[in-house]
Design a protein around this ligand. Sequence first.
Ligand code: G4P
Ligand code: NA
Ligand code: NA
Length: 188
Amino acid sequence: MKALKERILKDGKCLDGGILKVDNFINHQMDPILMKSMAVEFVRRFASTDINKILTIEASGIAPAILVGYLLELPVVFAKKKVPSTMDNMLSTKVFSFTKNRTYDVCVSKDYLRPGDKVLFIDDFLANGNAAKGILDLVEQAGAELVGMGFLIEKGFQAGGNELRKMGIHVESLAIIDSLDNNKITLR
Ligand code: G4P
Ligand code: NA
Ligand code: NA
């Protein structure tokens, strides 16, 4: 998606360890106009998909997910990273974060992820895909169906995208980063 790619080149910063900092428009300050355009693009790319619910994971997935849900007039559920004290009726899974080098729990209530739900997952980044695979686990535990996954930015030099596509999942990424080597952003 052209507008996103231009914005990444204009305001994205390379950090050590192959991290792209997009605090200027996604992860801290947010640009709602661009966010809306990205949601419109997801709606276009998943137009032939039967969806009844948008699922995301806190925190940075919530903004794009709610705009997609707004456009499609569908409920938006965010998986939580802290298990609530009222733990009954929750599905949970463990996710390993490479960037933070630790494992965390992700959970969602059975009230909001139900058997037969046709779920579109939306998130900001796809890197190793561990968060995405955790979401897939939650969807399967619920007896729901994952009908697609949409990411604002995919890091094409990490394995997540290929692994998810090999599993037969319909993955759409609005911008794919081929390399962040030598402090230079190379887009596909
Ligand atoms: P993965 O599951 O997507 O493979 O990645 P990983 O465990 O490495 O990601 C941990 C967190 O870091 C995720 O957000 C993910 O979206 C984010 N992330 C991964 N690579 C990048 C990157 O290059 N730039 C930025 N800005 N973020 C990246 P999170 O910690 O779950 O947090 P939140 O921001 O959604 O709250
Ligand atoms: Na995220
Ligand atoms: Na993030």
